[in-house]
Design a protein around this ligand. Structure first.
Ligand SMILES: Cc1ncc(COP(=O)(O)O)c(C=O)c1O
Length: 394
């Protein structure tokens, strides 16, 4: 107990101050709930920013981790490990692509893809990304970011990156040329405020890709692994990306990311071109196998599709009731944004006071990322609390 006294002061003293911490001390999690040390129970509709797809304390994940830990926790990538191969096989099967490179995080998988693009297209060609895009915090992925606030103190960044307005079809026609190496895109922008790519935009990219032969890279770090009601969000459209980036939920809470390539790019890297000490850690892969089994093969994804529609329709009713407070409700499956007329920071605090954890992104977008195991009752509870908060005078 002594250790927990002044833990926030000690955090300030010993850690670089890069995170704005939420002022509660979590003791443990169970299913869709987190519990604080002072005994409060919170419905977690934030799920570690889309990591905890199966909630907390999932028995199958724990068992898979325990079994793997007893065999070996780590093996150098000089050795083959079977959870890695089994997991890659699942990712290939459900993405429809060809091969996998494992990393420890989303940003590392983006870095791997950037190297692959350079290796294939050479140093001159440019990469196109979009306004509000978020691809991570390391130098390459930061260079792709559409948000000035993340980049402004860190130049020089990678050269030859062109930023276009998201969903502006005419700009694609103007700027995508034979000099384009790749287009990086989130099918649903997460951090950028839950913006969904339009069908028209995707179709134009596909048409231009057929013409110019660049690589389409789908960043599915947040939207992948069943979150939108399909294995990957690009499957809501009739396109197949050349490269797919996944992370967050795929390790069952352990650090894991992956770059998945289609056939065209599965021979670009030669031995020694890229690597990672921990990438594809066997314990993380064993945990991830349980996640993809539950999500892809055990009906959970279908549940997300149905309940996601229900959730959105309930939120639309709230929108109808409070048009003076809500601008828009958007999203797919369990990746939902509610755009408010003003900043949502205080709204998040009110939710927390009433026992719900939710996120605010892009200043005024309430980002709702429930665990994929959430039920209709959990959603109804959220809607009731949301209505209650909005009905209170400000
Ligand atoms: C779409 C997207 N890409 C990349 C990243 C970076 O992933 P990581 O934090 O695992 O490096 C994130 C993280 O939020 C993300 O949402």
């Amino acid at each position: 107990m002594e250790n927990s006294i002044n833990i926030f002061e000690r955090e300030e003293e010993f850690l670089l101050q890069t995170y704005k911490r939420i002022p509660i001390k979590i003791s443990h999690g169970e299913g869709v709930y987190l519990f604080s040390e002072d005994g409060k129970k919170y419905l977690d509709f934030f799920s570690g920013l889309a990591v905890n797809a199966l909630g907390y304390g999932n028995k199958k994940i724990i068992q898979a981790i325990e079994e793997q830990v007893k065999k070996f926790i780590h093996l150098s990538n000089y050795y083959i490990n079977s959870p890695q191969i089994q997991f890659a096989e699942r990712l290939v099967k459900y993405s429809g692509l060809s091969k996998v490179f494992f990393t420890n995080s989303g940003t590392e998988a983006i870095e791997a893809s950037l190297k692959l693009i350079r290796r294939y297209f050479g140093p001159e060609k440019s990469i196109i990304t979009f306004s509000n895009a978020f691809h991570g915090r390391t130098y390459g992925s930061l260079s792709l970011s559409g948000k000035e606030k993340y980049k402004k103190y860190f130049s020089p960044l990678l050269p030859n990156i062109i930023q276009l307005e998201f969903n502006e079809v005419e700009l694609l026609e103007k700027y995508v040329t034979e000099n384009t190496a790749a287009i990086y895109m989130e099918i649903i922008q997460g951090e950028g405020g839950i913006h969904i790519v339009s069908t028209q935009f995707v179709e134009k990219i596909d048409e231009l890709r057929n013409k110019f032969g660049f690589a389409l890279v789908a960043d599915e770090v947040q939207s992948g692994i069943g979150r939108t009601g399909k294995p990957f969000a690009y499957q809501h459209h009739s396109i197949e990306p050349d490269l797919v980036i996944v992370a967050k939920a795929i390790g069952g809470g352990l650090p894991l990311g992956a770059l998945i390539t289609n056939k065209k790019y599965d021979n670009v890297f030669q031995q020694g071109d890229h690597g990672s000490t921990f990438g594809g850690n066997p314990v993380a892969c064993a945990a991830g196998l349980e996640v993809v089994y539950e999500v892809f093969e055990n009906e959970l994804m279908k549940n997300v599709a149905v309940l996601g529609n229900y959730f959105k329709s309930e939120l639309n009713l709230v929108h109808k009731k409070y048009p003076d407070k809500i601008v828009d409700v958007r999203g797919l499956g369990f990746m939902i944004g509610v755009e408010l007329r003003k900043s949502c920071a205080s709204l998040v605090d009110k939710f927390r006071e009433k026992g719900i954890l939710v996120n605010c992104t892009n200043e005024n977008v309430l980002r709702i990322l429930p665990p994929l195991i959430s039920t209709k009752e959990n959603i109804d509870y959220f809607i009731n609390i949301f209505s209650e908060i909005l009905s209170e005078n400000e």
